[in-house]
Design a protein around this ligand. Structure first.
Ligand SMILES: *Cc1c(COP(=O)(O)O)cnc(C)c1O
Length: 393
């Protein structure tokens, strides 16, 4: 059999599967096999695969206006900005296409503010094991082991602290510090949840010292953690918030939000060809209007509780280490580095496969569609048990 691909640059080892279609929590490959998808493009498809909310918005907007250029206003761009600002409580919005791009914008904004109001302070404190994206600067901001040496010379200006360790933040603060940047749940690190006391103390400390608090909600935002934004869970108000992944529900869309008093970009300081294009903004508006409603979020929390209880039973029955997470961003910790084997076994299950993610060798991550049904959660747990048995965990 010839290899499936001879032309793509290999960025990851992909299984010999080509996906042909997807609906809700289900994907179908070209051979007709169905898979229950509890990964959803790494927490991207907030409403599952090809939901009518998105296909309708795409169809309607694509027949109207794609992109008039970032030099002009368009109606979806204005509506999405207004909706995000009112939901988030931060007044100013910059629309972008990827999480890394939004985070770069956040760091640029902090540095701009530092140059205007803090005598040129520019250093951003970020955290060990953090993930903020794959541009050169965001690789420096991330705390992934080895990333600080992958493409030298790496951009500087990032000091590192440890999550849930306020003293480590205090030690990292120097005269050039302008901001602290964190994920409230470190997703790629293995769903490590920031402690409420730590987050509230960090907010108080940054306020006291006049440092900006940047919260990267690329993975946690837009309903994923059972609130419109995860910072609501902590009862804090960040100075800057970034969104991507679930915001587009499967299309490339990101946002940077800031409080009015930190809105210090001048025309020309920031931009991008696709920033605020009408097509993606229309999708984002449709997703936000669907997800950020009380009744929808109540369902997210009900499914999250069901998944958590089900995973705890799996922990008991299979002698695993534990289960954790916030909302529908959850993880299962295994006693040995068998997570990749479980992922492979789950995918190979017949007749229905199960798609899972292993961000670490000991860890499985669950990021189902936010509108996953109770029956699909039960089916996923049943398939997970079979995969754990097959992989002899
Ligand atoms: C995925 C992710 C990013 C990067 O987003 P891209 O759209 O891949 O650039 C940044 N921060 C967090 C927390 C993420 O999970």
């Amino acid at each position: 059999m010839p290899a499936i691909d001879q032309h793509l640059i290999t960025i990851t080892q992909r299984p010999d599967i080509v996906f042909a279609s997807g609906h809700g929590s289900w994907l179908t490959d070209e051979g007709g096999k169905r898979y229950l998808d509890l990964m959803q493009g790494w927490a991207v498809n907030a409403l599952g695969h090809s939901p009518a909310v998105i296909t309708d918005a795409l169809l309607r907007q694509s027949q109207q206006l794609l992109t008039p250029s970032p030099a002009y206003f368009n109606r979806p761009m204005l509506q999405l900005a207004q909706q995000l600002a009112s939901l988030c409580g931060l007044e100013r919005v910059f629309l972008a296409s990827s999480g890394a791009e939004a985070n770069e914008g956040a760091v640029k904004l902090a540095r701009r503010w530092g140059s205007r109001h803090r005598g040129g302070a520019h250093e951003v404190i970020s955290f060990a094991d953090a993930f903020h994206g794959r541009t050169l600067a965001m690789m420096s901001a991330s705390g992934k082991p080895g990333w600080d040496r992958l493409y030298p010379p790496m951009p500087g200006g990032f000091a590192k602290a440890r999550l849930n360790d306020l003293d480590s933040v205090r030690r990292a603060i120097g005269p050039q510090t302008v901001a602290v940047m964190l994920e409230l749940v470190q997703g790629e690190a293995g769903v490590v949840v920031a402690e409420p006391d730590f987050v509230r103390a960090l907010r108080a400390l940054t306020e006291e010292l006049g440092l900006l608090l940047i919260v990267d909600e690329v993975q946690t935002g837009v309903g994923r953690c059972g609130h419109a934004f995860a910072f609501e869970h902590y009862g804090i108000r960040p100075d800057i918030v970034t969104l991507a992944k679930g915001l587009g529900g499967g299309v490339p869309l990101a946002a940077l939000l800031c409080q009015e008093r930190f809105n210090c970009f001048e025309p020309g300081d920031q931009g991008g060809t696709f920033c605020g294009n009408a097509l993606m903004a229309a999708v984002g508006l449709a997703v936000v209007n669907e997800v950020c409603r009380e009744d929808f979020l109540a369902q997210v929390n009900a499914r999250a509780a069901q998944l958590s209880v089900g995973l705890q039973a799996v922990v008991q029955d299979y002698g695993l280490v534990g289960e954790r997470g916030l909302g529908l961003l959850r993880a299962l910790e295994l006693p040995s580095p068998t997570a990749p084997a479980v992922v492979a076994a789950a995918q190979a299950l017949a007749p229905t496969g199960l798609l899972l993610n292993a961000p670490r060798p000991h860890l499985l991550r669950f990021m189902p569609a936010l509108n996953v049904s109770a029956g699909e959660i039960d089916e996923g747990l049943m398939l997970l048990r079979r995969a754990l048995s097959d992989a002899r965990v």
